[in-house]
Design a protein around this ligand. Structure first.
Ligand code: SAH
Ligand code: SF4
Ligand code: F3S
Length: 472
């Protein structure tokens, strides 16, 4: 048994991680024959992509995917730690599973993802959620078959969470959600340690994948007919810094663009490492999408400093203007936290001012959630919960105006849309995303799914656009 340990998780040392190929041992085969599995995924794209790997591993063991959690033989929760809300959802689901296990005691229940890397969560599972059969962490997805096998043999709760990352594993099998859009990891972990954030503890040190492995994966996706790739990392701009002397995100973006995959996206970018070179590469290649997610978090330099973000409001605005100037029609989206412990009304006003200046195309806004083990969790809180919720409301009112404004600019224009699928709320309409990452609903034949089509925008709303397909 190994359990998480924050003291270890916090350490950072400069080292190049050894690479190993994913392997399945003979004795693990057939573990899942005639059994079904269900995975519930919380959190970010990184977790979604881990789920794609986990599904493929389970299917190699013989399991089959089920869409009904109550009927499946294995239920796995791939969890997220980012805010209290994410915790509550996972604990709520565990409560429901506990109930189910009373009538179906033989089902297997597993917990993985970021919560599995939290000291406090694992001790809770050991004490209060004894029905959970196994837990593994974000650093050792490859141990899933081993923990499954062992928990079947010992009938004890198996906990195998590495306190610290040990190696880079390549060659994971993958069952991709989409046949035309793919996630590709380029860098794991995060070394930024923003004072509010749990990710550096749950995802470990910054580790870049080797460029050859990334490019091989993208080239294969091109051969398989994929239209879009999203390069993933908590801070993609730091790509290469831990591995190469002179190969950075700028070079990787260019090499990925040269594979001729029709659409390249990347997320997330920390403003700190966003270089002029990167801006030039995005502007130069038509297949690098003109949409950048650039989390600002706050408009107050005082709060930014206490958040440990390493830039001031002015630095952010300079970078923002440079992007607007150099990348044609760039859409910039952001993340904002309100109610940080030291945020006062005038700091919040500065955030509102920044929103008015930047007029973001899209944004995600959150109320600060204290995370156990992070420095900001111990900062003295200056604002009541009611006031924080008020600020979130006021912020959203402001943000929404600009989403609508940005969508209205597209009225009457013809834009390229990668068709994702049939709209679940309206069976006759298709939906897809523009190059600038805006959601468009339109009528069309299902043959269009997975293709890039031209759509004339006929109506604009706050969160989506309507249009009609045009022949070009
Ligand atoms: N790596 C990305 C962010 C990943 S987390 C970056 O640095 O930009 C996604 C978003 O969750 C963050 O941008 C932040 O806005 C929000 N977030 C992170 N920790 C939070 C916390 N403790 N409370 C509220 N929001 C938080
Ligand atoms: Fe968290 Fe900051 Fe790292 Fe983003 S850059 S994952 S907010 S610590
Ligand atoms: Fe959540 Fe972990 Fe992602 S904390 S946001 S799932 S990296």
């Amino acid at each position: 048994m190994q359990i998480p340990n924050y003291k270890e998780a916090k350490k950072r040392e400069r080292k190049v991680f050894q690479i190993e190929e994913f392997q399945l041992e003979k004795e693990w085969e057939h573990l899942g024959d005639n059994k079904t599995y269900f995975i519930k995924t919380y959190g970010c794209q990184m977790n979604e992509h881990d789920t794609e790997n986990i599904k493929a591993i389970l299917e190699k063991l013989g399991f089959q995917e089920s869409s009904n959690w109550e009927e499946s033989d294995l239920i796995l929760l791939n969890t997220c730690s980012i805010r209290e809300n994410a915790h509550n959802k996972a604990y709520g689901m565990l409560g429901r599973i506990k109930h189910l296990k009373e009538s179906r005691p033989d089902i297997l229940v597993g917990v993985c993802g970021c919560m599995a890397q939290e000291e406090g969560v694992v001790s809770q599972i050991q004490e209060k959620y004894k029905f959970v059969n196994f837990v593994f962490g974000t650093h050792n997805l490859y141990d899933l078959p081993k923990v499954l096998y062992q928990s079947g043999k010992t009938h004890h709760q198996e906990i195998e969470v590495l306190p610290k990352e040990e190696k880079l594993v390549e060659g994971f099998p993958v069952k991709r959600e989409s046949k035309h859009k793919a996630f590709v990891n380029i860098i794991y972990g995060c070394d930024k340690f923003c004072t509010y954030c749990i990710v550096p503890y749950t995802r470990g040190s910054q580790r870049s994948r080797h460029k050859e492995d990334i490019l091989r994966e993208v080239e294969q996706l091109v051969k398989d007919g994929y239209q879009e790739v999203t390069l993933l990392g908590q801070n993609v701009n730091a790509y290469g810094k831990d591995l190469y002397e002179d190969y950075t995100m700028e070079n990787l973006l260019e090499d990925v663009a040269k594979t001729n995959i029709p659409r390249v996206r990347f997320m997330t970018s920390h403003p700190w490492d966003f270089t002029d070179g990167m801006i030039d590469v995005i502007a130069k290649y038509d297949n690098i999408m003109n949409a950048v997610h650039l989390p600002v978090q706050s408009g107050s330099s005082k709060v930014l400093k206490q958040m440990g973000r390493r830039y001031t409001k002015e630095d952010y605005l300079t970078l923002f203007s440079k992007m607007k100037e150099k990348i044609p029609n760039v859409a910039i989206s952001t993340d904002i936290i309100v109610g940080f412990p030291t945020e006062e009304e005038e700091d919040f006003q500065e955030t509102l001012d920044l929103v008015k200046t930047c007029q973001f195309d899209n944004a995600y806004s959150f109320v600060f959630s204290p995370r156990e083990g992070t420095p900001a969790c111990k900062f003295e809180n200056k604002t009541s919960e009611e006031e924080k919720n008020q600020r979130l409301y006021r912020l959203n009112e402001e943000l929404n105006k600009y989403f609508l404004k940005s969508n209205e600019k597209l009225l009457g224009k013809t834009v390229k849309v990668l068709v994702d699928g049939v709209n679940p709320t309206n069976k006759t309409a298709l939906y897809g995303y523009t190059e600038s990452n805006k959601l468009v609903n339109f009528d069309g034949s299902i043959d269009c799914i997975g293709k890039i089509v031209s759509v004339k925008i006929t109506d604009s709303k706050t969160w989506s656009l309507d249009g009609t397909i045009v022949d070009e």
